[in-house]
Design a binder for this molecule. Structure first.
Ligand code: G16
Length: 542
């Protein structure tokens, strides 16, 4: 094998965010951009003689990027790459393969729920041998490399086609092309009561899973239709497409409106779900009801023992700070620990590795458990089906029982998108500067009881993360959180998270936006969001 060593120079803007590096496809396709980043990863992880998993969500540029990564891996002395057929692997399946085959890590190509295509987004994330996203110390080291490296190495010859399973070579490196679905589906069978779900479906229970033209299509067809017997066509938008059928593969009521429309009619399916571009997010619905991700986490934690994988109970629950406190109430009732971490799945890793938590979740539609080190969309869907089968109740009844026991935590997220980055930064800076002056003051009739920045110390390894979001607490327990998104690619996105708890004896059937109206107004008055962003309302309300 001939290796080319090419000169490169530091390239601006390669600082990985909460989920690896995400940029527009146009930026990723610029000469040397991808190569520079991949070489920076290789320089950091010393890959000679090691084995890695490679796969992505099939979006535009997936195949080109994988071919380059294979050629660079061979040139950097990698011993073996295991890659999903056609370059496909959902993020949780990639995490599982890293763990199952004990590899040294993996490269996951995705910009998650962001649109794909030449005008869409692309992304690349390095996960370590735990199966989880690299910790900040590693991503910082990778970033430092991007700023100093002067050359990259790439095999002269082409990478083999990866459209069929089999074993190939590129120089001294072995490339094993595997079925992207089988191992993952087998893992699900060990955790979830497939017999109970099969029985439920055979008795006429109907479901609709919207794969949003993204990576979960083949996984959902295999598991829901082939193994569990859902009727053909229960999985819709099932064929992964490079631009997700022109859509936005973000499973929430705004972008998965088609699913909502199918579920909100009286004769709709009993259960509805969707997943995102790379299969780690989920949206759960029942006939006539949408379950918020925060509530879904709480219900999953309260009922996990009904699934074989969690029959002995769960060790603890972790949620990201902006996620509602609904799960904390479950932890309290179960007598187990409840952790609050910064936004980003990587912060759950140490707690999961140490066995301190079993179930984790985030408001951003991610739920997962210790079975992998990523959030897992289909796993959440299957656990919900297991819970429905075991309890013999509809989604609506399960929610009503849950709220009747723990109370209801009304929750909503308001997003101000593509805000000028300087304006967004100043809004947050000004708010931070005013924090000490807020307690005791009243806004929209609500008195501020707490105003602080969220700083985190990892209870396992002692690492710290500061300024992870501003928390505003109000009398009566309502809460608003403000933070800047770490996953957008256009300007800045300001997220305002709102919650208010209602006791089991209170009004559990309010419209969430109504229940949160006052705290929304109070937060807007404090941060002056609408005026300073020049909007009359948030761009997206979920
Ligand atoms: C990523 C992380 C999640 C995190 C989310 C936050 O999600 O993996 O752990 O909650 O970003 O997004 P933002 O910073 O925009 O609020 P994903 O699904 O995009 O990988």
């Amino acid at each position: 094998m001939q290796i080319k060593t090419r000169a490169t120079r530091p390239i601006e803007g390669q600082k990985p965010g909460t989920s690896g590096l995400r940029k527009t496809t146009e930026v990723f396709s610029r000469p040397d951009f991808l190569q520079n980043y991949v070489q920076a990863i290789f320089n950091t992880i010393e890959p000679a003689g090691r084995t890695y998993i490679v796969g992505g969500d099939g979006r535009y540029f997936n195949d080109i990027a994988i071919a380059k990564i294979l050629r660079m891996a061979a040139a950097n002395g990698v011993k073996k790459i295991i890659v999903g057929r056609g370059g496909l692997l959902s993020t949780p399946a990639a995490s599982h393969l890293i763990r199952k085959y004990g590899t040294d890590g993996g490269f996951i190509l995705s910009a998650s729920h962001n649109p794909g295509g030449p005008k869409g987004d692309f992304g690349l994330k390095y996960n370590t041998e735990t199966g989880g996203p690299a910790a900040e110390a590693i991503t910082d080291a990778i970033h430092a490399e991007t700023q100093t490296l002067t050359e990259y190495h790439i095999a002269q010859e082409d990478a083999p086609e990866i459209t069929e399973e089999g074993t190939f070579t590129l120089g001294n490196m072995t490339i094993e092309v595997v079925d992207p679905v089988a191992d993952y589906a087998d893992l699900m069978e060990t955790l979830i009561d497939f017999d109970a779900i099969r029985d439920l479906i055979s008795r006429g229970f109907t479901l609709r899973f919207d794969a949003m033209h993204a990576v979960t299509g083949p996984y959902a067809v295999e598991i829901l239709e082939r193994r569990l017997g859902a009727k053909h066509g229960s999985v819709v938008n099932r064929r992964p497409s490079p631009d997700f059928g022109g859509g936005h593969p973000d499973p929430n009521p705004v972008w998965a409106k088609d699913l909502v429309d199918h579920m909100m009619v009286p004769d709709g399916p009993d259960f509805g779900a969707a997943s995102d571009g790379d299969g780690d997010r989920n949206m759960i619905m029942g006939q006539g009801i949408y379950v918020t991700p925060s509530d879904s986490l709480a219900v999953i934690a309260a009922n996990a023992h009904l699934a074989p994988g969690y029959a002995d109970g769960i060790a603890g629950i972790a949620r990201s700070m902006p996620t509602s406190a609904a799960a904390d109430r479950v932890a309290e009732a179960l007598g187990i620990a409840a952790h609050q971490t910064p936004t980003g799945w990587k912060f759950f890793g140490t707690l999961l590795d140490a066995g301190q938590v079993t179930i984790c979740g985030e408001e951003s539609a991610g739920t997962g458990s210790s079975h992998v080190r990523e959030k897992d969309g289909l796993w959440a869907v299957l656990l919900w089906l297991n819970i429905i089968a075991a309890r013999g109740q509809s989604v609506q009844q399960i929610m009503e029982d849950h709220w009747g026991r723990f109370g209801r935590t009304y929750y909503s997220r308001h997003d101000y998108e593509a805000v000028d980055s300087d304006i967004a930064g100043t809004i947050m800076d000004d708010l931070r500067a005013a924090l000490e002056t807020l307690p005791g003051k009243s806004f929209a009739g609500l008195t501020v009881t707490e105003a602080r920045d969220f700083d985190y110390t990892d209870p396992v390894d002692g690492s710290t993360a500061t300024s992870q979001g501003i928390i505003l607490g109000f009398e009566g327990g309502a809460r608003a959180v403000l933070r800047l998104s770490g996953t957008g690619t256009q300007g800045a996105t300001i997220r305002l998270y709102l919650e208010n708890h209602e006791k089991p004896t209170g009004n559990l059937r309010q419209d969430p936006q109504k229940a949160l109206e006052r705290v929304a107004r109070a937060a807007d008055q404090i941060a002056d969001l609408e005026k300073r962003t020049g909007r009359s309302a948030p761009d997206v309300v979920t």
